[in-house]
Ligand binder design. Structure first.
Ligand code: PRX
Length: 657
């Protein structure tokens, strides 16, 4: 079975026969090695509950040990280690202080080049100071705190400080605009917003405080204080009483802070992500189970060791920045690199120069970045010394074999394994991925599930698919500790979105997948109306709502179109109130693009806007999205359009009249 949204052709999957085993040298030093991995898999095969319990006892530091492992009483609202108590920031910082307080935790590079390093001891002190400052303002366990910041060490400090006092953070990507910030503040009923006067991106200031102010004008009644980090030094409006400078909040605060011990199920964070309907949903993650997954997968997938310098390029506004910048690597006591700015500033060698300068050993980025940098030619990366690299990772969208091969050859010097990691905001951590010292890789496949992850591919009836071209819905059959717990404020939506399809038996990821003869997974794309633009998840409905909020727009339908760098781009079909614009519509199309940018953020701007008198609808009034996708791709129409209420519209939608 091939599901409707599959973007990759099944042929390309089944004919890919290049296989790359890890080098003997890599395999010899890797943990887990083949023996350790097979031990983990066999332990998990004896029972996932006992497996995860053993991992949680071994790898986390508990204030009060748990006695219950998995609580399925309210399935599919599963609970893990529920009677145990711990603190996430203690697990990421305090546990390293005695033996490794001097080890570098963060290497921060600003866009203009300044480099700042934080040892574990320094980071711990800064987190404690800020946590004390938050407490002094009245912040307490369970409060929601919005973090809307550039990619700075202070963003990590803010997240960890929330964890230290048991507050629930919700990071909003700095590229999102004021209405998106407002929606998240209002849904979470946040008491505090932490932001900066601005951030640097491609030499320009991103005006975060101004956007936060706008969000708070239009909503945000729950917010008591806005804490502002002075970063760019821009003049910004300041609201007396409500707004406070970060440096004033931490002034005079102690560098130690008594952690709030929380139950393992206490929410660590909410992260809003797009679905196929409605507004973004607040994916809720736990403290204990989430941290366990983040810590273990950082070790298993990135083979992280004491001397590694790990650079995951994701912004903390995305789940990748949570699990593989803020939590996983720090829980393992590793060194992470973070970078504030654009990958092509001041030139396209920035990533490669940073790898050279900081001697990065493990590098993790998105296919969209790889494709963009690949387009600029081999000479740029070849002019830097990338010999420190030993392992490469990819995340967020399917990686096409051409980009994979370039990454392998030009960046990895044909010696670095590539881990293509499949997971989601909801899964919390990596689920399907090579284990680099063991798994032979194939370009474009995320290979096999990690230990304890019971993934499968099922058909419309929920039965496992069999055979060579086995394709269907990607599902996870057993609960896992780092899984989302619910959708904030909307448990019904949690059940409906992820569980209802197969009678609450399996977690339904929303992706279609195929499995090849070796049992390798190939992710084919989303089966819902979620787009993946440059590795960023966007709901078509969110963009449609933004468009129809424009005074001249009556109706809109948004679909994805394959894009050679971004993977997918936004294509909007738009019906105006009154006459359809004809002639030179460039200025109006630009106005609509910018409108969407203001409503949602620049990443959601449509690349294409096409006007029509109407949208293609069935007689029951349903928009035929598949037809729109075909049209957006410029492909031949194979669908039966005779069932359309208005078949004549097709030529117009194709831009031919
Ligand atoms: O469609 C899959 C795609 O990204 C979706 C999850 O997006 P998000 O929650 O924003 O998390 C992205 C970072 C983990 C998935 O449903 N996706 C993620 N990783 C891969 C992928 N598609 C193919 N291959 C991957 N490695």
């Amino acid at each position: 079975m091939i599901l409707p949204m599959s973007d990759k052709s099944i042929e390309s999957v089944l004919t890919e026969n290049r296989v790359f085993p890890p080098s003997a040298e890599f395999a010899a030093q890797a943990h887990p090695n083949a023996q350790e991995l097979s031990r983990l898999h066999s332990l998990a095969s004896l029972g996932t509950e006992a497996f995860w319990a053993a991992q949680a006892r071994e790898h986390l530091s508990w204030h009060k040990p748990f006695t219950q492992v998995l609580d399925s009483t309210n399935a599919p609202n599963y609970r893990w280690f529920a009677d145990g108590q711990l603190n996430v920031s203690v697990n990421c910082l305090d546990v390293h202080l005695a033996a490794a307080g001097d080890r570098t935790a963060i290497i921060f590079e600003a866009e203009h080049g300044e480099v700042r390093r934080y040892s574990y001891a320094q980071l711990h002190a800064e987190i404690c100071r800020f946590a004390n400052g938050l407490r002094a303002l009245g912040a307490k366990k369970g409060d929601r705190i919005i973090i809307y910041m550039p990619m700075l060490a202070e963003a990590i400090i803010a997240m960890q400080a929330c964890a230290r006092i048991g507050a629930i953070h919700s990071v909003v990507f700095g590229g999102f605009s004021a209405p998106s910030v407002r929606d998240r503040i209002d849904d979470a009923k946040a008491r505090f917003v932490i932001t900066a006067d601005g951030g640097w991106r491609a030499g320009k200031v991103v005006e975060l405080k101004t956007a936060a102010d706008k969000a708070l004008c239009e909503g945000g009644a729950s917010v008591e204080h806005v804490i502002v980090l002075k970063h760019t030094g821009e003049d910004i409006p300041f609201k007396e009483g409500r707004d406070l400078w970060w440096h004033d909040v931490v002034a005079g605060q102690s560098t130690t802070c008594q952690p709030e011990w929380v139950g393992a199920e206490h929410p660590l964070f909410l992260l809003y992500t797009s679905g196929s309907t409605g507004k973004p949903k607040g994916v809720q993650h736990s403290s204990g189970g989430y941290l366990l997954g983040a810590k273990l997968t950082s070790k298993w997938v990135f083979d992280l060791k004491r001397d590694d310098v790990f650079w995951c390029t994701a912004d903390i506004g995305w789940v990748t920045g949570h699990s593989y910048v803020t939590y996983g690597p720090l829980a393992n006591g590793n060194t992470v690199v973070i970078y504030e700015g654009a990958p092509t500033f001041p030139d396209a060698g920035r990533f490669w120069k940073m790898i050279q300068d900081h001697k990065v050993t493990v590098f993790y980025t998105a296919p969209t970045a790889i494709r963009a940098l690949m387009k600029l030619g081999d000479a740029i990366p070849e002019s830097y010394d990338l010999s420190s690299l030993r392992l490469l990772g990819s995340v967020g969208e399917p990686i096409n074999p051409e980009a994979w091969m370039w990454y392998h050859r030009v960046i990895g010097g044909e010696r670095c394994p590539i881990v293509d990691t499949w997971w989601q905001t909801e899964t919390g951590v990596i689920m399907i991925s090579p284990v680099p010292g063991v798994t032979s890789t194939k370009p474009g496949s995320c290979t096999k599930p990690l230990p304890g992850v019971e993934a499968d591919i099922v058909d419309e009836e929920g039965e496992p698919v069999k055979g060579l071209d086995a394709g269907g819905y990607l599902v996870i059959k057993k609960p896992w500790p780092s899984m989302l717990r619910t959708i904030w404020n909307d448990n019904a939506r949690y059940i409906e979105t992820y569980w209802a399809k197969f009678g609450n038996r399996y977690y339904v990821a929303g992706d279609s997948a195929h499995r090849d003869k070796d049992g390798y997974y190939w992710i084919m794309g989303r089966i819902d109306d979620v787009l993946n633009v440059a590795g960023h998840r966007l709901g078509t409905m969110e963009i449609e709502s933004a468009l129809v909020a424009h005074p001249r727009i009556a109706e809109a339908a948004v679909v994805g179109r394959p894009h050679d760098v971004k993977g997918e781009s936004v294509f909007a079909f738009v019906v105006c109130k009154g006459e359809r614009p004809t002639g030179d519509t460039k200025a109006f199309r630009e106005e609509l693009r910018n409108w969407v940018g203001e409503q949602l953020g620049a990443i959601a701007k449509p690349d294409d806007v096409r006007f029509a008198d109407n949208l293609p609808k069935t007689r029951s009034g349903k928009i035929m999205r598949r037809l729109l996708r075909t049209i957006a791709r410029g492909e031949e129409i194979t669908q039966d359009i005779s069932t359309l209420e208005n078949p004549h519209i097709v030529e117009q939608l194709r831009g031919r009249e």
